[in-house]
Design a protein around this ligand. Structure first.
Ligand SMILES: Nc1nc2c(c(=O)[nH]1)N[C@H]1C(S)=C(S)[C@@H](COP(=O)(O)O)O[C@H]1N2
Ligand SMILES: [Mo]
Length: 436
């Protein structure tokens, strides 16, 4: 597809599928019947994009995005081709659970959640980070070189999960990217401690929050509009593992994941981990940038009935993410032939806490078997687990996985607390297995 289009395909088709057909392919529609037909040129164009002649193109209903467009090789440079594209403008892509089997998530498998358009033509020699704000003793600007030479380097494995991971399951549905399972990853991040840099500038006693600003641009194209500017309470900002990072697994950050500099707050909604970082404000109030206020990244302070409208003052900012786990091997839908034993493995994490127990069930939660769970590489890293299950007979099974955090809270088996924006779905992951 052309790179100059201003709106993503999914968005375009959601707004007006018939008009989208006309814009994208040049398809003509009969206003009376709303049955479209593809003109020769439109068919040829569609065929070229799909890599083959659309044989029954004449039968194709109007307003349909060819599913083959989503199934093509992932078009983002440097990213695994099996990432699942949810939106192309802005780019949003999730990782299928089986690609998260390695203990340390490879950079090309880390999900992408963009709210705007990433900066282009990044010049490392002129990139700067400014620290300012009401609660900064002074304001200072650092080059990348300053950061790398003046402060000690740290490497931690940190879990990054979008607050909206699992949104697709909420009912009534919540608007936004329909993440299923894979808006999560746990690579190794290298950088400097946010604390060291903030202390170099000087933090006033009245500091309560930090807020970030990135160099991405708003979808509207308005250069003065900030895409997203969130942050964390000063206490979280000053933790050992809170990083200003320039590397994933020892290499430069991928462009889509914030190159050349980003914040990383393991265990908190990933929206706090500002990408393409150019400024941090030390605030004497709870940061109030775009997507910090209103309903964004907030859930009802008290549970509400599904579908409720919730007043802004009854919404609370999401902090530490809830306990959760994934089965990363085998892939759902596997067939076990000629044996009854299966090794299952996965990852578990629990926001600021650690995971203390991991269990699996093959009988829809009637009985649970304890899995072997390893310690995290460091605080705020996910924990690998594995178990061997034995199926009593041939047939269809589901393997369910359930983690319990160090405070004794477990994952729910069904979708938890409905909330207007569809955050924090930590229901148990299930996979299907057929035993032949
Ligand atoms: N500057 C900037 N930072 C950002 C975002 C963004 O759109 N712009 N998206 C946030 C959200 S909502 C998430 S979930 C994470 C995603 O990080 P990733 O794309 O590296 O996986 O980045 C966060 N930081
Ligand atoms: Mo997010």
């Amino acid at each position: 597809m052309s790179t100059e289009k201003k709106v993503g395909l999914s968005e375009l088709y959601a707004q007006d599928p018939i008009e989208a057909d006309r814009l994208v392919w040049g398809r003509e529609s009969h206003a009376s019947t709303r049955r479209g037909f593809l003109k020769k040129g439109a068919l040829a164009l569609m065929g070229a994009v799909l890599g083959g002649n659309v044989v029954f193109g004449a039968n194709m209903p109007a307003g349909l995005i060819p599913v083959g467009i989503w199934d093509q090789d992932f078009p983002i440079k440097g990213k695994h081709k099996d990432l699942i594209l949810l939106n192309d403008r802005p780019v949003n892509a999730e990782t299928p659970p089986h690609l998260l089997e390695p203990l340390v998530t490879p950079a090309d498998r880390l999900f992408i959640r963009n709210n705007g358009i990433p900066p282009e033509n990044i010049d490392l020699s002129t990139w700067t980070l400014t620290i300012d704000g009401e609660s900064a003793l002074t304001s200072k600007t650092y080059s990348l070189q300053d950061l790398k030479t003046r402060f000690q380097h740290y490497t931690y494995q940190l879990t990054l999960e979008c607050g909206g991971n699992g949104r697709a399951e909420f009912n009534p549905p919540a608007k936004g990217n329909q993440w299923t399972l894979g808006a999560v990853g746990c690579p190794q991040w290298t950088g400097v401690r946010l604390r060291d840099v903030l202390e170099d500038v000087g933090i006033k006693d009245d500091a309560v929050y930090i807020g970030y600003y990135g160099k991405d641009t708003h979808l509207s194209g308005d250069p003065d509009k900030v895409v997203i500017s969130r942050g964390v309470p000063i206490k979280k900002a000053l933790e050992d593992e809170s990083l200003i990072a320039w590397a994933i697994n020892g290499e430069d950050l991928p462009v889509m994941n914030g190159y050349p500099l980003r914040l990383v707050f393991g265990g908190w909604p990933a929206s706090t981990s500002g990408k393409w970082l150019q400024r941090i404000s030390i605030r004497n109030i709870v940061h109030d940038g775009p997507k910090m206020t209103g309903q964004a990244y907030r859930v009802p302070c008290k549970p509400v009935a599904p579908g409720s409208k919730v007043a802004e003052e009854d919404m609370c900012i999401i902090e530490s993410m809830p306990v959760k786990s994934l089965i990363t091997s085998p892939k759902s839908g596997g067939i076990l032939r000629g044996k009854r034993q299966l090794e299952v493995s996965g990852k578990a994490w629990a926001g600021d806490l650690s995971v203390s127990k991991m269990e699996v069930s093959i009988d829809f939660g009637a009985t649970w078997q304890e899995a072997s769970l390893s310690a995290p590489a460091n605080r705020l890293a996910w924990q690998p687990w594995k178990a061997t299950v034995t199926f009593p007979d041939v047939g269809y099974y589901e393997v369910w996985a359930r983690a319990t955090d160090s405070n004794g809270r477990s994952q729910p088996m069904v979708i938890p607390g409905w909330n207007p924006k569809g955050y924090l779905n930590n229901a148990c992951h299930r996979i299907a297995i057929k035993v032949n």
